[in-house]
Design a protein around this ligand. Structure first.
Ligand SMILES: Nc1ncnc2c1ncn2[C@@H]1O[C@H](COP(=O)(O)OP(=O)(O)OP(=O)(O)O)[C@@H](O)[C@H]1O
Length: 633
């Protein structure tokens, strides 16, 4: 497939710094740290690095001459999508890789000089990372990384898709010559950084045990009640402790013995209840136990575990979590690590389009895959990715640690073998730890209402404000910033470094308000989010549940406020009432008896095990390319 349409890499969450401001077009949309910087000084920007570079004869770096027209002018999609791969090695037997976009040299803020970039083009290694234009290996300290860059990534794109604001050009007419951005995020190298990224469980953690669990399948292994009895290797147990986990969550209690017992699993549990560790721990345990080295053949890497997730940020998060699980198992030499890097990776975490791209190019083969994990499988379905999954995994063992619409279960039936189905709680229900508040607000009044709410709270609560459109995300972030509320934004039109910068600023409390599109609804696990505001309600109830699940995680309390616009949201009223009831919360009269259509159905998650006569037979899945869907966030 043509590179042009790929935009689904992933990068490392860290502290990138813009070396300058690449104009995103328009007075209001200075890129970099967000919007109308409010008293933040450069020196608290962290330690990452970003290079916007035109790689040409005179090798000039130029961060200030970006000609992408218009807001978010991501002009040059044509050249953007070069495949890249980063492999991180974590000081242990296990290596973890990510399929990424473009060049990454993720080592402690190191950034390549132009000469180094040129060296890359010469081609220096013979692993999966040797792409068309070459690769580089960097090894330093506890973390090593491999990066690649492909030819297109270093070229000058001539096509733009930016420009939707003010005087700027319309979509698709944006930039002329676009400097390619080579973004080099540093890895979180130290143990403190890695282990510090965990959310501390809250006072209601113990109540997770009261949630009903439904398990079906043949010869289901019994659940564990403690990590110690799980049979995990001592090093993993040690890292579990370091992560602050004292007791497994319900999904962990059930899923871990199933995976450790070599069974296939289809499982789901509420937001923020530890699903990631539920699949990572047993999978990594198996890898450690086997001691098999990573396999590469020529330029092709054969990971043993492939984890696919729908957004770059979630991919990064899973990658970090995988590293955390194995990182302290180290003490091995740098050269040892480097050799591991050179010889491939055990676990590859990827977004769907990029993975598919690599597979098609022959850089990744599933010949040795033991586990294929789809995180947020339902979103993958929406992205039209499942036909690709079907094609790719065929008869590989798979594990679905998320929600399961029936289409997914049918598909899974084709390649899961005699799997166990685990559902913790009412599938698709919201966490009871999130207090859900609704206001009827017309679209004309939303802005003032939001401002008032945030001003009353002093802008202190770490808050995610969800909006439906990318344009509105920018607009609102600017509006709030102009009203002295420290705000940043994340959406699919922002450059990757800006997305990461926004998350970094938000996580570090430099900006307490994050205005986001649905790109941030899935899986993101950020400490201390006290409040989620649905400025615009989403179109589906499952998206609503995911959004409010960014707060109230692992037993912590959270609050979700939604602006219900009767002119737009009445279809959701019935489903919202149901969700509130399931969570044991009061439904406002106007919502339950306001004459709104019953609308939606919170059961659309497909919470039951649907295995039956027709199971796994012909299904028509959407076939649009996965990579385009991601851009719609
Ligand atoms: N046993 C445990 N004890 C305490 N904290 C845990 C435990 N397991 C996981 N956590 C922490 O809980 C948080 C949420 O975990 P995770 O992101 O895996 O949730 P999730 O179920 O995948 O949520 P979502 O549905 O939103 O993706 C993470 O910060 C993780 O470190």
């Amino acid at each position: 497939m043509d590179d042009d349409c790929w935009d689904d890499g992933s990068v490392t969450v860290s502290a990138p710094v813009t070396a300058g401001v690449a104009s995103e077009g328009g007075r209001r949309f200075a890129a970099g740290r967000g919007f109308k910087p409010v008293e933040a000084a450069d020196d608290d920007w962290g330690t990452g690095s970003t290079v916007t570079t035109e790689y040409n004869e005179d090798s000039s770096f130029d961060n200030f001459n970006n000609n992408r027209g218009g807001r978010g002018g991501r002009g040059g999609r044509g050249g953007r999508g070069g495949g890249g791969t980063t492999i991180g090695i974590t000081g242990t037997e296990i290596t973890v890789g990510r399929a990424t976009k473009g060049l990454r040299m993720g080592v402690d803020g190191m950034m390549p000089t132009v000469a180094q970039v040129a060296d890359l083009a010469a081609g220096v290694m013979t692993t999966m990372t040797e792409m068309e234009a070459g690769a580089v290996v960097v090894a330093e300290g506890e973390v090593a990384a491999v990066a690649v860059v492909v030819a297109e990534e270093m070229g000058i794109a001539t096509e733009g898709d930016g420009g939707r604001d003010g005087d700027f050009k319309k979509d698709g007419e944006g930039g002329e010559e676009v400097k390619r951005e080579i973004y080099i995020p540093p890895e979180r190298g130290t143990d403190e950084e890695l282990f510090g990224s965990t959310i501390t469980s809250g006072i209601n953690f113990i109540k997770l045990d009261e949630i009903e669990v439904n398990v079906s399948g043949e010869d289901v292994p019994p659940p564990i009640s403690s990590f110690e009895m799980s049979g995990l290797r001592p090093h993993l147990l040690e890292n579990i402790k370091r992560s602050g986990y004292t007791k497994p969550t319900p999904i962990q209690k059930y899923a871990m013995p199933i995976i450790l017992g070599g069974r296939d699993l289809m499982g789901c549990a509420q937001t923020g209840s530890g699903k990631t560790a539920a699949f990572l721990l047993p999978v990594i345990n198996k890898l450690l136990a086997s001691q098999d080295p990573p396999i590469t053949e020529g330029n092709c890497c054969q990971p043993r575990v492939v984890i696919v997730s729908p957004t770059r940020e979630l991919t990064i998060q899973i990658y970090e979590q995988a590293k955390k699980t194995v990182v302290a198992y180290g003490g091995v030499s740098v050269s040892y690590q480097k050799n591991h890097v050179l010889s491939g990776c055990h676990i590859l975490v990827a977004t769907p389009g990029r993975l598919n791209d690599f597979v098609k190019r022959g850089h990744i083969s599933f010949a040795s895959v033991q586990f294929f994990i789809l995180d947020e499988a339902d979103r993958m379905l929406d992205m039209g990715f499942l036909p690709t999954v079907e094609q790719m995994v065929n008869d590989k063992r798979s594990c679905f640690p998320q929600r399961f619409p029936e289409e997914i279960q049918h598909l899974a039936g084709k390649f899961l073998h005699n799997y166990v189905f685990v559902a913790v709680g009412i599938v698709g229900s919201a966490s009871t730890d999130v207090e859900q508040i609704f206001y009827q607000v017309s679209k004309f009044d939303k802005r003032e209402k939001l401002l008032k709410m945030l001003q009353e709270g002093g802008g202190k609560d770490r808050t995610v404000v969800f909006v439906e459109t990318k344009r509105n995300a920018d607009f609102l972030a600017t509006f709030l910033s102009e009203n002295d509320i420290k705000t940043t934004s994340i959406h699919g039109d922002r450059l990757q470094r800006e997305r990461e910068q926004a998350l970094w600023d938000f996580k570090k409390g430099i900006r307490n308000i994050l205005v986001a599109t649905g790109v941030a609804a899935r899986g993101l696990d950020i400490e201390g989010i006290q409040h989620v505001i649905n400025y615009d309600l989403p179109n589906s109830i499952d998206e609503y549940v995911h959004r409010i699940g960014r707060t109230g995680r692992v037993g912590n309390r959270g609050k979700a406020t939604s602006f219900f616009d009767p002119a737009h949201d009445s279809n959701l009223a019935g489903s919202l009432s149901k969700i509130l009831k399931q969570a044991g919360q009061e439904t406002p009269d106007w919502l339950s008896s306001g004459g709104f259509s019953a609308g939606g159905d919170s059961d659309t998650f497909g919470g039951r095990d649907i295995r039956g006569d027709d199971f796994g037979k012909a299904q028509n899945f959407t076939t649009q390319p996965a990579e385009e869907a991601e851009e719609e966030w």
